[in-house]
Design a protein around this ligand. Structure first.
Ligand code: ASP
Ligand code: MG
Length: 408
């Protein structure tokens, strides 16, 4: 029958009725003869509420204490869910991240899983118990509680599926699966039956908030059979796998929008070797991730370099660049947050020339100006004014998905 890992997100366990609903899904799977490991997020907005509580007491609380606090949200949902399953008469046990053997780095608030000691979970499974594990947390080498970063329960679930060699890892959420675009903002957005790990990774990184991107990376690395589905609708979800089988699948799988970015431009740089190296190594030293980079053709002996960073890194990036000014002697820094990135993602793009031009045509027809462009084997991203972003996503989605209306 095999082992199934099921993960339920915060909205799926938000109140008593929803916990009972989740308990039903879990026990139905168990009744079919599967070994069951279940990972839960904290209920509803619990994690946000805990953050607010901490802010009222000490806005500068240490990260260690924050993790001590945040880890409690998942303990609540897991014990409550175990109680619901107990009430239904099934054997069940809830475990904290550390009881389930999660060992992590010490980066509080954003720890990485180093290893999982599976003995306890396996012992409980041997007793035919449904094992419920708190998502998003572990213990570091000094036995201090760590959390994995917001949305990290997906990663806990995939990690358990990987080490336990589960047959399937089902991520239950409040939407029916992965869509061609955010169904809340784009008319005509459709659920995909399948998507590749690489496509999902791009979409997750681009802010489609279905899966934690580290969970997709891990699923790809360990070849975990992943499925995203709704805990409310009972309809089939989206399978995430190495290769998708649809023979005539449209070469674009999805359109995504990311507003959490800012653009910086260094204007009037000397046009000589080593300048880009100085700039980007300084930013890397402060762990500031740079995304799209554009260097202008030199004018006389100067050039400009523009690039994007996460909006949350903008201030720090500006400081770092100001510090470089005496050494690099550029003219000035130009910064804006009024910018968004819109991308198309598709594994089939590599064999289909002209995909980018279709996207540009859609934007042109919609009267939207492109500020920067970047491409990879499976992605084309454009930077545009934030006020154009929603319109752009709709126009691009219409361009790609009305033509292939019957194929998905
Ligand atoms: N409860 C955590 C959060 O809200 C982890 C998760 O839900 O995956 O970010
Ligand atoms: Mg989530």
């Amino acid at each position: 029958m095999g082992l199934i890992v099921q993960k339920f997100g915060g909205s799926s366990v938000a109140d008593a009725d929803r916990i009972r609903n989740v308990a039903r899904i879990i026990t139905e799977t168990y009744r079919r003869g599967h070994d069951m490991v279940v990972v839960l997020s904290a209920q509803g907005d619990t994690t946000d509420d805990l953050l607010k509580k901490a802010g009222q007491i000490n806005p500068k609380a240490s990260k260690r204490e924050m993790d001590m606090l945040l880890s409690t949200g998942e303990q609540m949902s897991c014990s409550l869910c175990a109680m619901a399953i107990e009430a239904m008469g099934y054997p069940v046990i809830s475990l904290t991240g550390w009881q389930a053997g999660f060992h992590t780095t010490s980066t509080y608030g954003n720890a990485r899983i180093k290893s999982i000691r599976t003995e306890r979970v396996l012992t409980e499974l041997d007793k035919r118990k449904i094992v419920i594990v708190t998502g998003f947390q572990g213990l570091d080498k000094s036995d201090d509680i760590t959390t994995l970063g917001r949305g990290g329960s997906d990663t806990s679930a995939v990690a358990l599926a990987a080490v336990l060699h589960a047959d399937l890892c089902q991520i239950y959420t409040d939407v029916d699966g992965v869509f061609t675009a955010d169904p809340r903002c784009v008319t005509g957005a459709r659920k995909l039956d399948e998507i590749t790990y690489d496509e999902m990774l791009e979409l997750a990184t681009l802010g489609a908030q279905v899966l934690h991107n580290r969970s997709v990376e891990m699923a790809k690395r360990y070849n975990v059979n992943l499925e995203v589905l709704s805990s409310f609708s009972g309809s089939p979800g989206t399978k995430v796998k190495e290769v998708t089988k649809n023979m005539e699948k449209p070469y674009v799988s999805g359109v995504a929008k990311d507003k959490n970015i800012a653009r910086l431009a260094l204007v009037g740089l000397h046009d000589q070797p080593g300048i880009a190296f100085r700039i980007f190594s300084s930013l890397a030293k402060y762990k500031i991730n740079v995304d799209i980079i554009l260097q202008s053709i030199g004018r006389g002996d100067t050039k400009d370099i523009s690039f994007t960073v996460c909006r949350t890194d903008l201030e720090k990036a500006q400081e770092v660049l100001e510090d470089l000014k005496p050494a690099l002697q550029f003219d000035h820094i130009d910064a804006t947050e009024d910018i968004a990135k819109v991308s198309i993602v598709g594994a089939g793009m590599i064999d289909n020339p002209g995909v980018a031009s279709l996207m540009f045509e859609a934007l042109y027809t919609a009267g939207i100006n492109i500020r920067m462009i970047s491409t990879s084997e499976i992605k084309v991203s454009v930077l545009l004014d934030e006020s154009d972003a929603d319109h752009a996503v709709q126009a691009i989605h219409d361009r790609f998905f009305s033509e292939f209306g019957d194929l998905s």
